[in-house]
Ligand binder design. Sequence first.
Ligand SMILES: [Zn+2]
Ligand SMILES: [Zn+2]
Ligand SMILES: [Zn+2]
Length: 132
Amino acid sequence: MKIETVLREHKRSITPERVKMFDFFTHKHLSSASDIEQAFPELGRASIFRTLRLFLKIGVIRRVALGERGENYELVDEDSHHEHMKCSKCGKVVSFESADICQKIFSEAQKIGFHVTEHSLSILGVCKNCMT
Ligand SMILES: [Zn+2]
Ligand SMILES: [Zn+2]
Ligand SMILES: [Zn+2]
C-alpha cells in the first residue's frame, strides 16, 4: 500500500505529516497516539489525532484495543490479517492468525444480520516467560 495512492483515491491531499505518520506505521507493528507524539513532537497532538481519524476513515489503519489504556493502531493489511495476545505483566504482544476464528465471527454476525466492517480480537493474559 502506498499512502500517496490511497490519499489520491480518497481525494485527500498528500501532506508531509500524513506521509511521515504512515511511514512510522510501516516500521512498527503497533503504535499508540503517544508513541507518535514522542516520535514527532513537532506535529502536535491535535493534528496527530486528526490524521489518525483520517487514516481510520479511509481504511489505512485499524484500532487495536489491548486492555486498559491500551488503544493502539496498526496498518490494515488484507494479506496478513491477525489477532493479538498481550501479556499483562511484561506488555509483550504476540500476534496470531486463525481463519477459523475469523470465519466464526462472520458466521455469527450473519446469523443476527450484522455486517462486520472491522474486527480485531484481543486476548489478555500472561506469557510463558512471566509465568515462571
Ligand atoms: Zn497486529
Ligand atoms: Zn510477559
Ligand atoms: Zn480475524
